[in-house]
Each structure stands twice: as structure tokens, then as C-alpha cells.
Ligand binder design. Structure first.
Ligand SMILES: [Zn+2]
Length: 258
């Protein structure tokens, strides 16, 4: 089954069906100051086996619970994954914002958080080798998003993935979202930006960094504006709190593998 679900940052009640949604962040001084990340999970299985190859002794405690937006479902990439990221070129637009720059910065800063190489974000050389595709809404949606309910309207940033039928051991895996062109691809996560809701490059950078936090496994927003994962992000670099939260979850058993 699939459920999609949205949540206002302002605190509208969060319904919790059997699925897991996820909001996302947006920093939009004007327009509706909220964004959302949506995730739907078709079911939560009992985890029995998962190869955990990272030491746990030095993992910090999370600064905030990383699954508050997913109904408790923890998701992440398999440990050791090289996550290739493809940036879709944006057509000329009124807002001169550089998505490639924002993405390169986010990749560099989040990569520094993985103490045990649990993941490595890397630029893809072709779209069909990318696990993550990031694009701005001025460009066409680059994938087919299936049935989970892709609905980014009103959000400056939006991270999307959808549970599939495949699994890693007993753990469900996010489905591969077929490319709109260029074959089936490997993409499980799509990040959409809306430059029309962003006032400047710094704000754009902050939102992109925030969405990558979601894409790496943080299914939550923090309460502090100094955190990248704050609901209305302005910070461009993961704080100690962001870092601790991600590093902690990287040592946990996931209920969904991206
Ligand atoms: Zn968010």
C-alpha cells in the first residue's frame, strides 16, 4: 500500500498511517514558508539481519530524533555506498541561481560527516548511473515517480523516494524511479528545488544542503536555526548537532534501504 502525506511546519497534526511520510524543508522568506519532504513506506518489517560494518563505540548520541517525520521508520543507504548524484541542467531562468554550485558544496560538507565512509557522495558522469537526481522545477521532472504521490507544490525543497518491492535481506529497498529518458537508471531519490521561492544563492545552498540531509537518512527537522536540518534552513554547513544525528543513524539498523 502506499500513502502519501504532507505536513505543515507550523504544526498541523501528523497522521500516521502504516506508511512513512517525510517532510522537507524550505527556506522561503516569501511565499508559504514551509517545505516538505515526502516519503511513503509500504510497510515496516522486523529486521533480523543487516550487515553493520561500522564501529559503534565512537558514535555520538543524536541531537534530535531522526525519524520524527517518518513515524519512526529509519532509512538510509547501505553502509559503504558510493552515492552518485546527477544535477539536471536548468534552462535559463530569471533567478540566477547555481544548482551545481549548491550541490557540490552540499556533497563536500556532508561527505565530511561520514567518519567511517558509511557513504560517499560523488558527482555522476551520466544520469543513468545516478542514485540521486537533483533538479530545479524550471526543468522537467527527470523520472517517473510511480504511485507514492509526488507533490512538491508549495515547497522550495522537496526530497522524494518510494518503497519498492525489492529488498536487501529482509529490509525493503526504495524503488528505482525510471528515468523519463535514457533508460531505467539507478535512481531511488529525487530532490527538487523551486528557485522561484528562493531569494538568493545562499538560501539556495542552505535548502540544497538540507535536502541532502533528508536524502542521507535524516527524516526529521531540528528546532534550532543553526542546524541545516532546521525546518526553514539558513545554515549551509552541517552543525555538530546535524553531524551527531547523522552519524548516530548511520550505525543503526534501517527499516528501509535507499
Ligand atoms: Zn526538510
Amino acid at each position: 500500500m502506499g500513502v502519501a502525506h504532507q505536513r505543515r511546519l507550523a504544526g498541523a497534526p501528523l497522521k500516521r498511517p502504516a506508511l512513512v511520510p517525510l517532510p522537507s524543508a524550505v527556506s522561503t522568506p516569501r511565499a508559504s514558508a514551509w517545505s516538505r519532504l515526502r516519503v511513503a513506506v509500504s510497510g515496516v518489517c522486523v529486521l533480523s539481519t543487516f550487515a553493520c560494518d561500522a564501529p559503534t563505540a565512537s558514535r555520538p548520541k543524536p541531537a534530535f530524533a531522526p525519524t520524527t517525520l517518518t513515524g519512526g521508520v529509519l532509512y538510509r543507504w547501505e553502509s559503504g555506498t558510493t552515492i552518485r548524484v546527477w544535477v539536471v541542467n536548468s534552462p535559463p531562468s530569471a533567478a540566477p541561481l547555481d544548482l551545481g554550485l549548491a550541490t557540490r558544496q552540499a556533497i563536500e560538507r556532508w561527505n565530511a560527516v561520514a567518519a567511517f565512509r558509511e557513504f560517499t557522495l560523488k558527482s555522476a558522469t551520466r544520469i543513468d548511473e545516478a542514485q540521486i537526481i537533483i533538479y530545479d522545477g524550471v526543468a522537467a521532472l527527470p523520472v517517473s515517480v510511480g504511485t507514492c504521490g509526488f507533490n512538491p507544490r508549495g515547497a522550495a525543497g522537496y526530497t522524494y523516494f518510494c518503497p519498492g518491492t525489492a529488498a536487501v535481506g529482509a529490509i525493503p529497498r526504495a524503488e528505482i524511479l525510471p528515468l523519463s529518458q535514457d533508460g531505467p537508471g539507478l535512481t531511488t531519490v529525487v530532490i527538487r528545488l523551486d528557485r522561484g521561492r528562493v531569494s538568493n544563492q545562499s538560501s539556495y545552498n542552505a535548502i540544497v544542503a538540507h535536502e541532502f540531509g533528508h536524502a542521507l537518512g535524516i527524516g526529521a527537522h531540528s528546532d534550532l536555526p543553526t542546524d541545516v536540518m532546521f525546518g526553514l534552513p539558513t545554515a549551509e554547513t552541517p552543525s555538530e548537532r546535524d553531524r551527531a544525528t547523522l552519524r548516530w543513524l548511520l550505525g543503526q539498523h534501517p527499516a528501509l534501504v535507499l
